[in-house]
Design a protein around this ligand. Structure first.
Ligand code: PMP
Ligand code: GLN
Length: 382
């Protein structure tokens, strides 16, 4: 057995989803919508299957999807990219993350990671022989600790890997924070793996800014998107990477060794999705914002200390005011077993020492009636 894998447990999302099923709890843990994605996109996938074009698509993705990714880069961010040499389609953002890191890491290279971190980042960096350097953002403000971040960069740093909008902090990095990160990348001559799966899920006028659009960052960034999040179809696992032509061939080589290609019908459907009008992308975030508002208001009324959520699927809340005797893991277990509502302990995103232990993450990408039912269960439990 691989020692690193033996030391890795089952992901907290799977553990909590299984616990939710076992106890008949409403699952506000794992981040997946309980509603379908756009009908025309789903239909395009079905039609494409029946078109009998079901053999291996090209290694970097179907031309129509690469063109759609390039067009979306231009439409949303004014980023000009060549669909033939600067876009790579992958089997989900998860594979994209693996391919990007694999493309640049040599054993012993350091990778700067920001806590709270998405669960696969740490094992992934280690499995690829990298050395993680953790920098911590803490609730309730999730401020970027600039001095610590600067100190984490050094001669061995190969890349920084982070997500914005951020899971579970729901933080959207500001232009000033991104400029700070960009300056460090340039000063230390590093890459940036930019996990931007929640790029279209921002609220209250907050706008996502890709690090890749900052001066001097085009050649350094590998920008990752996910159809799962952009079209509320998380099971599809279609991701896409935008990277400069100086970098993309190596990423494509890594992708060749991982999955080589991604289901062609899904690629055709995602191309249809990315070509949808601006109204679709606006309604995606406004509908989600309404769900966020309902859950935030309900949790606050129950006494939770609800933190601001500016992007992603998640609200983080402090349960200290509820007077529960136990940490976040115990609280989430108790809530699942007794209240029949499941959340994720935020400490799961803090592999370093002294994790915060009184915050939990609730996913609000659920039908309104499900959120209502979850809130009534919590009210009855309290
Ligand atoms: N990055 C982040 C920050 C995520 O929350 C997720 C979860 N969906 C992923 C990557 C994985 O995306 P995909 O399902 O497209 O592999
Ligand atoms: N990204 C999802 C979340 O944060 C989970 C994806 C998974 O289960 N691996 O909830």
């Amino acid at each position: 057995q691989n020692d690193l894998l033996s030391a890795t447990g089952t992901t907290v999302f799977t553990v909590m989803s299984a616990l939710a099923t076992q106890h008949g709890a409403i699952n506000l843990g794992q981040g997946f919508p309980d509603y379908e994605g756009p009908e025309d996109v789903v239909r395009a996938a079905a039609d494409a299957l029946l078109d009998h074009r079901n053999q291996y698509p090209p290694l970097t993705g179907l031309p129509e999807l690469r063109q759609a990714v390039a067009a979306a880069n231009r439409r949303f961010y004014g980023l000009e990219v060549d669909p033939d040499s600067e876009v790579i389609v992958t089997s989900g953002a998860t594979e994209a993350l693996t391919a990007c890191l694999m493309a640049v890491l040599n054993p012993g290279d350091e990778v700067v990671l920001l806590e709270p971190l998405y669960d696969i980042y740490l094992p992934l960096v280690k499995l690829l022989g990298g050395v993680p350097k953790l920098v911590r953002l803490s609730p309730p403000k999730w401020e970027l600790p600039r001095a610590e971040l600067a100190a984490a960069f050094g001669p061995k740093t190969k890349a920084i890997l982070f997500n914005s909008p951020m899971n579970p902090a729901s933080k959207v990095f500001t232009a000033a924070e991104l400029a700070f990160i960009a300056e460090l990348c340039q000063r230390h001559d590093t890459y940036a793996v930019c996990d931007e799966v929640y790029e279209h899920l921002t609220f209250d006028g907050w706008k996502h800014i890709p690090l890749m659009t900052l001066p001097g960052m085009r050649e350094r960034c590998m920008r990752i998107g996910s159809a799962g999040k952009t079209f509320s179809l998380t099971g599809w696992k279609v991701g896409y990477i935008t990277a400069d032509r100086s970098l993309a061939p190596n990423v494509a080589k890594a992708h060749q060794h991982l999955t080589f290609t991604t289901a062609p019908n899904l690629q055709r459907a995602v191309a249809v999705g990315l070509s949808k009008d601006d109204a679709y992308f606006e309604s995606l975030s406004t509908e989600l914002q309404a769900r966020r508002d309902r859950l935030a208001e309900g949790l606050a009324a129950l006494g939770f200390g609800v933190l601001p959520a500016r992007g992603s699927y998640f609200i983080t809340a402090d349960f200290t005011p509820l007077g529960f005797a136990g940490d976040d893991v115990a609280f989430c277990r108790h809530l699942t077993e007794v209240a029949k509502v499941t959340a994720i302990p935020v400490s799961a995103f803090y592999p370093g020492p002294d994790a915060p232990r009184h915050f939990v993450r609730f996913a609000f990408c659920k039908r309104m009636e499900v959120l209502e039912e979850a809130l009534s269960r919590l009210a009855a439990w309290k």
